[in-house]
Design a protein around this ligand. Structure first.
Ligand code: CMP
Length: 155
């Protein structure tokens, strides 16, 4: 099954939303295979936001992402990258649909609660940017038989 990386950002931590955010992913039926609190480094942020390095918001974004620890998660599921992007909503919180995480909790373009990988290629890079191999757990999730049909379980 596919994996994706989530960073729960400093605004969510400051606003006491960590449990709420994690709970939304759990209730959807996604499997948590990695979970930790980390203080991001400049090196990680330069790498992670390399595609934004020439944008005027790059430095404020990095400062924000270092302003407190973040919670990093790896989630597993069928087509999980796309499913998580729908749960999260678009970047601009005030235009995100109600019901999505950003639609329910963010009014901002930068303070938007979570980061989620946007493609299979980026998910692969991002998981290994923030996690070591021994921090990703391979275990059986008993409720998967109620979440997926037998054919989907083989994906
Ligand atoms: P994220 O999903 O982490 O990916 C890049 C981040 O850059 C994005 O969420 C926002 O936090 C931030 N971002 C993107 N566009 C802008 C913008 N125009 N102004 C400020 N911050 C932005």
């Amino acid at each position: 099954m596919q994996k994706t990386l989530i960073l729960i950002k400093p605004d969510a931590l400051q606003r006491n939303l960590l449990g709420e955010i994690i709970s939304r992913f759990e209730k959807k039926g996604l499997k948590i295979v990695g979970l930790k609190m980390i203080q991001l480094t400049d090196e990680q942020l330069i790498d992670h936001y390399a595609h934004h390095k020439d944008k005027p918001f790059f430095k404020p974004l990095c400062d924000f992402m270092k302003s407190s620890p973040v919670v990093a998660m790896v989630l597993e599921g069928v087509d999980v990258i796309e499913a998580v992007r729908l749960i999260v909503g678009p970047t601009l919180g005030r235009k995100a649909d109600a019901g999505s995480i950003r639609g329910d909790f963010s009014m901002s373009q930068s303070y938007n609660i979570v980061h989620a990988s946007d493609s299979a290629e980026n998910a692969e890079k991002e998981v290994w940017r923030f996690f070591n191999e021994d921090e990703i757990y391979n275990y059986q999730k008993m409720d998967f038989v109620s979440i997926y049909n037998p054919e989907e379980l083989l994906k």
